[in-house]
Design a protein around this ligand. Structure first.
Ligand code: COI
Length: 354
């Protein structure tokens, strides 16, 4: 914990927690009682406060609404086996939020605003952290521009907020993906490595077309040739081909996933062969045809380890091996859960206790 800044707390008059069916939590639709807010007044982050979760009042001229100057994060809190609330790698999310903010011409957030705001919010709403299988309290920190100005320039003022929602699995079944070879998510020199709101907006139209064809998600390819795998709409992607774990290297078109990093760290620790390199679409398709594509999965905070069961490419669909046969991804899914729940040693200090 870093130096404490004063946070003004206004408690909700009545908790809404009794309205929630914790045995059946949809992703992203149920919000806990409170939210943390801080304002940037042009020179400093001020007015730190926790208030009941409530709608915002914005001017129609709010520049984030028009020009998309907005960045966000996603992380999760869990209950460990001792019943304590823990957060997975929050400082990594903090640093990535500031990298995104820099790319979007926004002021950096001090670590103490992020961490103290988060910790106070979680202490207040700790009853909202579910403990069922595959559940968590999803945490959404975000910063958005608040100048009421219609000219194009970086806003002078901003708001940082954190709200939380108890969640179940993001994907309730193994994922069917389509390799996108026309539209692009990101381009060299663009904003693909930032968790910027607009990146997600731009992905929606191609993703909807794929959903209309029966897929859950796209796998993006490089914007120049469409011959190399990038990432999926909600997660980084990894393949096990001929016993090697292969994923696309980080670049300015790839989001530096924290789950991605955790999986690679565990794989290396286990002595599993890991290759971070460009992956040609043709290599994945050839491996799928020849039965050498043993596993494919996504990694993300919301998605966790999301098994990919089907890959569509150029009007052909390729079915992947049954989930039960996937030794690496099943092992890594369990290992991550064991670290979060306190059942395995946390060698890398990933688990942050309140
Ligand atoms: C996350 O994994 O936290 C994300 O922000 C992705 C979004 C699809 C929920």
């Amino acid at each position: 914990m870093v130096d404490t800044l004063p946070i003004d707390i206004t408690r909700a008059k009545q908790s809404r927690i009794t309205e929630v069916d914790f045995s059946n939590i949809p992703f992203g639709r149920v919000f806990s009682d409170h939210m943390f807010v801080a304002d940037y007044d042009g020179t400093a982050w001020t007015n730190l406060r926790i208030v009941p979760y409530q709608p915002l009042q914005l001017s129609p001229a709010n520049s984030a609404l028009h020009y998309g100057q907005s960045v966000f994060e996603g992380m999760k809190a869990y209950k460990n086996t001792a019943g304590e609330v823990v957060v997975f790698r929050p400082l990594d999310n903090f640093h990535r939020l500031n990298r995104s903010a820099e790319r979007m011409c926004m002021p950096p957030l001090p670590e103490e605003v992020f961490m103290n705001g988060l910790m106070e919010l979680l202490k207040l709403d700790n009853q909202w952290v579910p403990d069922g299988e595959n559940t968590a309290l999803y945490i959404r920190p975000f910063i958005f521009a608040t100048d009421n100005y219609i000219g194009i320039r970086a806003s002078d003022t901003y708001t940082f907020m954190i709200f939380t929602c108890p969640v179940g699995a993001y994907y309730s079944e193994p994922v069917r993906v389509k390799i996108e070879t026309h539209y692009s998510r990101a381009t060299e020199g663009g904003t693909g490595a930032a968790k910027a709101a607009g990146n997600y907006a731009a992905s929606l139209y191609p993703a909807r077309r794929a959903q209309q064809q029966g897929y859950h998600q796209l796998v993006w390819t490089d914007s120049k040739t469409h011959q190399y795998i990038e990432e999926s709409g909600t997660m980084n992607v990894m393949f096990v081909i001929d016993g090697k774990l292969i994923t696309t290297p980080l670049s300015d078109t790839i989001l530096a996933g924290i789950t991605r990093d955790s999986v690679l760290t565990l794989a290396r620790e286990w002595g599993y062969p890991v290759e971070e390199r460009r992956i040609a679409v043709s290599e994945v398709i050839a491996a799928a045809k020849e039965g050498r594509l043993q596993e494919a999965f996504g990694t993300g905070t919301a998605a966790t380890i999301a098994q990919i069961i089907q890959i569509g490419h150029e009007e052909q669909d390729y079915m992947l091996p049954p989930i039960a046969e996937r030794k690496f991804s099943n092992r890594v899914f369990k290992a991550l859960n064991d670290i979060k729940s306190g059942q395995a040693e946390d060698k890398w200090n990933w688990v942050y206790k309140l």
